[in-house]
Design a binder for this molecule. Structure first.
Ligand code: ATP
Ligand code: SF4
Ligand code: MG
Length: 374
């Protein structure tokens, strides 16, 4: 958990403004903890394609990533970079026209051997969905059933997970779950439309925890609420995660937010992971020009307001990607090779980065690159 760590190490945030009871860890402590934690989920050579009338859209390409037990893994990138496509592929929520065209998603459950989720059919997946793999989407309104009381929805999920539990016990557990996210258990009798947007989102988070999952996938879970509510919900998520120990894959376009809450962050551009690093490293010395540009595009959550730089240009059309590095047409430090040869991910500073300049170590010396990270 890095919300306080990054605060200590980089001055990104005021720890008192966030989850006060979350333990403080240094970057090396986080690295040690991750090193000791078994792998929970891993994608290897994963490609996801949308098969459309106009062509096959390569929305995720050559994804290699792993999630450790208890880890908070952030995934950031501009709109259309492939974040949700990747999250859906990892959680197997993927629906046509999306197709997993290559690679695997290996889940290592607490009981039993590893299983390739891409090889399972819907019936086989049901065993893991909710039970081990749980999901919180952006819009609680769309996820909660408006014609069922919360109580019914919670009891259904709890009893699906623990079939021997009595309905009364399931009701009591549902009340406890709601209380855990700061909603009085009496609201179990409410319909979702009777709750505020923030309450709906918190109720959905409580529902996602009903089956004691091993990993919770969150796709922009706080985008639809105001900043104050966003802070409250994030704080609650972190406290619950610290108490219950589940892993999180957290997708957002907001890199500043991920710098505060993640153990590690993957940066996506045009369907590929271009950098993976720990928050402190990405904050202080990102090794990919796109990460630097992205960081300069968002106000830090608690630093003084400054002029935001943004990244010039727009992301490429996935059906017509430039040869070489996809970021080259927007990259202020591109060199000749960038327009002809695609950079591979290389180990760097405890993470990975896909940039030709990383190899020659020119990025750190390049004035314009430094400007990008200002
Ligand atoms: P956002 O931040 O806007 O949510 P994202 O990073 O989550 O964006 P995705 O939704 O994963 O991006 O989309 C990745 C690419 O896949 C985009 O180019 C998008 O247009 C394309 N795409 C997504 N859904 C479909 C679909 N159903 N059919 C065809 N293309 C799609
Ligand atoms: Fe920029 Fe070249 Fe690095 Fe791509 S490979 S990010 S174009 S310097
Ligand atoms: Mg998305």
């Amino acid at each position: 958990m890095t919300i306080s760590t990054t605060a200590t190490a980089t001055g990104i945030s005021d720890p008192s403004s966030t989850a006060a009871s979350v333990a403080i860890e240094t970057t090396s402590q986080i690295a040690d903890r991750l090193e000791r934690s078994p792998v929970l989920l891993e994608a290897r050579g994963l490609d996801v394609t949308y098969v459309t009338e106009t062509g096959e859209v390569p929305a995720c390409k050559d994804i290699d990533i792993e999630l450790r037990r208890g880890e908070i893994l952030g995934i950031a990138g501009e709109s259309a970079s492939g974040k949700s496509t990747l999250l859906n592929a990892l959680s197997r929520l993927q629906r046509p026209p999306a197709v997993t065209s290559a690679g695997s998603v290996i889940f290592h459950p607490s009981e039993g051997g590893p299983v390739d989720l891409t090889a399972l059919n819907e019936d086989q997946l049901r065993r893991y969905r909710w039970d081990s793999l749980s999901i919180v989407m952006q819009s609680a309104m769309a996820s909660l059933n408006p014609v069922m009381r919360l109580e019914t929805q919670f009891i259904d999920v709890i009893m699906e997970h623990e079939s021997s539990m009595s309905k009364d016990s399931a009701r009591q557990r549902a009340g406890e779950l709601l209380e855990m996210v700061g909603i009085p258990s009496g609201r179990l009798r409410s319909y979702s439309y009777q709750l505020s947007g923030g309450m709906q989102q918190r109720a959905l988070i409580a529902l996602s925890l009903a089956s004691d999952p091993e990993v919770v996938f969150m796709d922009e879970p706080t985008t639809a609420v105001d900043v104050v509510m966003q802070r409250q919900i994030l704080s609650q998520i972190l406290q619950l995660q610290a108490t219950l120990g589940f892993a999180i894959v957290f997708v957002t376009h907001d890199l500043s937010l991920l710098l505060e809450i993640s153990d590690r962050i993957a940066i996506m551009y045009a369907g590929r992971i271009v950098e993976i690093g720990m928050p402190e490293q990405l904050y202080a010395d990102a090794r990919h020009p796109y990460t630097r540009g992205l960081r300069a595009s968002f106000p830090p959550l608690s630093e003084p307001i400054r002029r935001l730089e943004g990244i010039p240009g727009t992301p490429p059309d996935l059906l017509d990607l430039p040869p070489g590095c996809s970021f080259a047409p927007r990259c202020p430090v591109a060199i000749d090779i960038c327009s002809t040869q695609r950079p591979q991910l290389r180990d760097v500073d405890g993470g990975v980065s896909a940039c030709h300049l990383v190899e020659s170590d020119e990025l750190g010396q390049h004035e314009t690159a430094k400007e990008l990270g200002r």
